[in-house]
Design a binder for this molecule. Structure first.
Ligand code: 13P
Ligand code: 13P
Ligand code: MG
Ligand code: MG
Length: 388
């Protein structure tokens, strides 16, 4: 799918194993992935690349001229993950190969486990872009920030005062359970949009476009739990957002992350917690395998070359957001196994509930005003309960 003068930015990520638990990527696995991408650059498949990580997720940032869903680019990413997995296995890293669900590559990494966000565009004279990578959460974690960036005038001043933003944007909303999507215009359909994307367990903002068709943002939307039919790892998401001249300013994009909103994920992919914006040095998961974190990198793209990055949340201006996230962490944690800290049964990635219910099935009795609890130990045993 080659497209001439257009540049494609591909961010492809996978958890291929990590140090000391679901904590952080080991540098040797990043090195192994970088070697493969360097070969891809030498052979002309990609123009440039940058390898990084957030928590236990290895991130491949690549530029090329081949368009989204290109089999050569996807194969390159796949090989990088395979080589990194080999190292992860040698080092005995935890959950080595976690997100590589298949042994064979079939032309596209979608459906094989890795998360993919790709954006194709004609480079502006200066092309500032931002990449957001989150761990211990899911793609719909970006619903709220995307709403703020592209539709909330209290976040993005440009929606009101910049003639180039004033017309608004088009959101493509994916229904992950039905595998269908709907395009919604803002500001015209704001309330309908919010009715959908507030339901983060089902609706994911996949793309945002300007009304003249220019692509503005894309989010990875692979859902590992649905792909594999069972829990393998939360589908930690990535997002690309273009900035400045005709798009929200860099600071308007970052402003959306100053509020550490609650997202699903965290420990065992089964808890709600605040999304904490962090710099690269804090892009590791600790407390209760979290709290969920988002790393932001800024680049300029020039003739396909990645200039940068700058570590966007590594700044005192986000200290307050982090402090608030700590406070929310403390508050949510105190709920222990109770909802809404623990997710509802339909969203939990780990659960013993069916087994517990099965065990208790024979002991459930009709309840009415005459109900008498079984208190005595012998009777409890007779009813099938209490083992000692
Ligand atoms: P541009 O219109 O060049 O994107 O500038 C807007 C801006 O930087 C406001 O902070
Ligand atoms: P990852 O999806 O990041 O591997 O995390 C899994 C988990 O269970 C964390 O507690
Ligand atoms: Mg992991
Ligand atoms: Mg992860």
């Amino acid at each position: 799918m080659s497209s001439g003068s257009k540049t494609t930015l591909s961010v492809i990520k996978a958890d291929i194993g990590s140090l000391a638990g679901h904590h952080k990527v080991h540098p040797d696995t990043m090195l192994a992935a970088s070697r493969v991408l360097a070969e891809g650059k030498n052979s002309g498949i990609i123009i440039d690349y940058y390898v990084t990580h957030v928590g236990d997720d290895l991130q491949l940032i690549m530029t090329h001229r081949r368009g989204p869903n290109d089999s050569k680019v996807h194969e390159l990413a796949w090989n990088a993950f395979r080589e990194a997995t080999k190292v992860a296995k040698e080092l005995g890293l935890y959950a080595a190969g976690q997100d590589l669900l298949s042994d064979s590559f079939s032309g596209n990494v979608r459906g094989l486990g890795p998360g993919v966000a790709e954006l194709e565009f004609i480079e502006r004279p200066s092309e500032p872009i931002t990449i957001f990578m989150a761990d211990k959460t899911e793609p719909s974690a970006f619903n709220l920030p995307l709403y703020k960036i592209f539709a909330d005038p209290f976040n993005t001043a440009g929606l009101v005062i910049d003639p180039k933003l004033h017309a608004g944007f088009v959101f493509t909303v994916l229904d992950v359970y039905e595998g269908r999507a709907v395009d919604m215009r803002t500001p015209e359909e704001l309330y309908d949009l919010l009715a959908l994307i507030g339901t983060t367990s089902r609706y994911v903002v996949k793309y945002v476009h300007r009304k003249d068709g220019e692509p503005a943002a894309v989010v990875s939307s692979e859902r590992l739990n649905l792909i594999a039919g069972k829990y393998i790892g939360k589908d930690d998401p990535v997002m690309i957002v273009r900035a400045q001249s005709g798009f929200p300013a860099l600071g308007e994009i970052l402003e959306a992350f100053a509020f550490p909103h609650l997202v699903a994920g965290w420990m065992r992919g089964s808890h709600a917690g605040p999304l904490m914006p962090v710099g690269q040095k804090d892009a590791k998961m600790t407390r209760f395998d979290g709290p969920p974190r988002v790393l932001g990198l800024g680049f300029n793209i020039k003739d396909g070359r990645l200039v940068g990055p700058t570590d966007l949340f590594d700044d005192v201006a986000f200290d307050e957001a982090r402090r608030l996230a700590q406070e929310i962490t403390e508050y949510m944690r105190r709920h222990g196994p109770f909802m809404p800290h623990r997710l509802g049964p339909e969203e939990m990635e780990y659960t013993t509930l069916p087994d517990v219910l099965k065990k208790l099935e024979s002991r459930f009795r009709p309840f009415d005003l005459g109900y008498k609890p079984i208190i005595r130990h012998e009777e409890l045993l007779e009813a099938g309960g209490g083992s000692g």
